[in-house]
Design a protein around this ligand. Sequence first.
Ligand code: NAP
Ligand code: GLV
Length: 307
Amino acid sequence: MSIIFYYNNEDRDVVESQLRAELPEHQIAIWPQTNQSKYAIVWNPPEDFFDQQPDLQCIFSIAAGVDHLLDHPGLPANVPIARLEDAGMGEKIAEYVLYGVLHAQRSMTHYALAQGAEHWDETPRDRHAHKFTVGILGIGAIGSVVASRLLLNGYKVKGWSRREKTLDGVDCYHGQEQIPAFLSQVDALVCLLPLTPETTRILNREIFNQLPKGAYLINAARGRHVHNEDLLAALEVEQLSGALLDVTEPEPLPAGHPFWHHPKIVVTPHVAGPTQASESIKQIADNIKRFEAGEPLSGLVDISRGY
Ligand code: NAP
Ligand code: GLV
């Protein structure tokens, strides 16, 4: 069977050779080559990607998030989409979030500002991990791995999802009506939601104002979850003490954007959970085998809800 592949990240060659090794019996075309493919394996395909692909039977996202497909103007209707489920990214994002939580708990933004002012400030600011609450928006495949890591490090963890959920050791909330209770007493808010019409700009003034004053924000999901102006305003009035942003809108962040030099913002270039080539391609190859055997796809996206 033939596959069309589009993936333009730095590690493209590694991912491609992994793909050829996992699926030796398939003919693989690298876009813009075309081969009337049955399957597309993609991350962020260009606008005309689907134009020459009338026979697609399934699209596999080399990413957990599928906004790059659902927002695509040429996405064919009625073709199932399967996404990556954890595939090793959860552990990497857990490290990233732990770094941000430690930064917040140990008041590193405050010390960086004091250093800039040559000010030796010994005011005690430390809080014990067991008295520091991390709230995770989105406790799915990745959020639940992050929650486990934070619990292992002694933090109190709250989680918020769309549907009711239980996770060992995590104080779980769901739905809009429980958001005020979820946000109260959260010292660091972590976003690991998919980007959907319901979650776009969810990190806005209304949410920030329900957090305790001085809470810290970590966004490792999508830049469009953040209302940028509201974030800058919340930092200005010290409603938020700082933010760690792995994702921005737009990406890459353009020269002169206020986030670049903001003293309370740390920006990283969408690297919190890099694709783990071997686990990702193995997961996709297993899914193709499942599809060909007539079995249900794993990680099937519900297009109507957007994730
Ligand atoms: P997932 O398994 O689909 O989990 C999504 C979670 O968000 C679920 O708990 C879901 O609730 C919840 N959710 C969705 N819409 C909601 C809403 N309207 N209200 C409340 N909760 C809602 O997704 P995942 O695999 O963990 O990935 C999450 C996101 O991480 C991806 O979409 C992507 O944007 C981001 N990501 C970033 C990187 C990076 O490098 N920065 C890497 C990988 C992924 P239910 O449990 O009730 O469905
Ligand atoms: C990366 O951002 C992903 O969604 O996997």
